[in-house]
Design a protein around this ligand. Structure first.
Ligand SMILES: Nc1ccn([C@@H]2O[C@H](COP(=O)(O)OP(=O)(O)OP(=O)(O)O)[C@@H](O)[C@H]2O)c(=O)n1
Ligand SMILES: C[C@](O)(CO)[C@H](O)COP(=O)(O)O
Length: 234
């Protein structure tokens, strides 16, 4: 395969409802440090010169995106599904319809990870472009790991060595990722990220060190933390 001919595209699943965040609406449209969560995310991706284009996957009912990301000039599809994996699969279909090739790279990045730094994306691209499979940003576990039993009492302390927390972007070739998500859906394997679908094919994605700040806004308190971190950036 001619590696030079493979381009990189970003795919941003943005069709979630943000149940755990308690924002009274989809968390990607909450305002943090002066603009919406998704606008921060898209600005970070726009600052990565290796990305040929970004596709945002919205819910079919979404009427808010354009107002909350007025500067976005990339591709949009309103074909998001009931789960994140469904939304990503729909986005891959839309990329194909735009002429993105089987061997092109797709970097899937959560709309809700608005503290992404362009340099981290570039590190991922540099690590994966020569790789046969692809990979993801992730962080080695820093804390002791507990398994909970009933009533949130500790059942066991688990071995944390060689355990990483998966972040996004997660970078794979369009054709391979489409096949992996299709297989997972067909066999009923629950995949919470792209790498799990690739792993279910028996392949081993590369773990590329990410950044603590690239956390996913999930809980109510995450918004104040994101606000402070974004406000402190130059
Ligand atoms: N059906 C879905 C579910 C999630 N996402 C996107 O996937 C990313 C990560 O998902 P998560 O943090 O779980 O977001 P929500 O599903 O919105 O949150 P919750 O699970 O708390 O409802 C988010 O950018 C979200 O918009 C999506 O595109 N389609
Ligand atoms: C893809 C992901 O961000 C990796 O950590 C995460 O799994 C998505 O969040 P969800 O809560 O599992 O939908």
């Amino acid at each position: 395969m001619n590696e030079l001919a493979a381009r990189c595209f970003a795919l941003v699943p943005c069709a979630g409802v943000g149940l755990r965040a308690g924002q009274g609406g989809p968390k990607q449209y909450s305002t943090v440090a002066g603009r919406s969560v998704v606008a921060h995310t898209l600005a970070a991706l726009a600052a990565v010169p290796q990305l040929a284009q970004t596709l945002v996957v919205l819910s079919p009912e979404d009427t808010q995106f354009e107002a909350h990301a007025p500067d976005f000039a990339g591709w949009i599809t309103r074909t998001g599904g009931a789960t994140r994996a469904d939304s990503v699969a729909a986005g891959l279909q839309a990329l194909r319809a735009q002429g993105v090739a089987e061997h092109d790279w797709v970097l899937v990045h959560d709309a809700a990870r608005c503290l992404l730094q362009p340099a981290a994306v570039q590190r991922l691209i540099e690590a994966c472009v020569g790789d046969a499979i692809g990979g993801l940003l992730a962080l080695p576990l820093a804390d002791t790991l507990k398994a909970a039993g009933p009533d949130d009492r500790v059942n066991a302390t688990l071995d944390r060595s060689a355990k990483w927390l998966a972040q996004t972007p997660q970078m794979f070739r369009l054709g391979l990722l489409q096949r992996a998500l299709h297989e997972a859906a067909a066999t009923g394997v629950n995949v919470t990220d792209e790498a799990s679908a690739i792993e279910a094919l028996g392949l081993a994605p590369q773990l590329v060190p990410g950044e603590l700040e690239n956390f996913k806004l999930t809980w109510p308190a995450d918004f104040a933390l994101a606000e402070r971190l974004l406000a402190s950036r130059p």
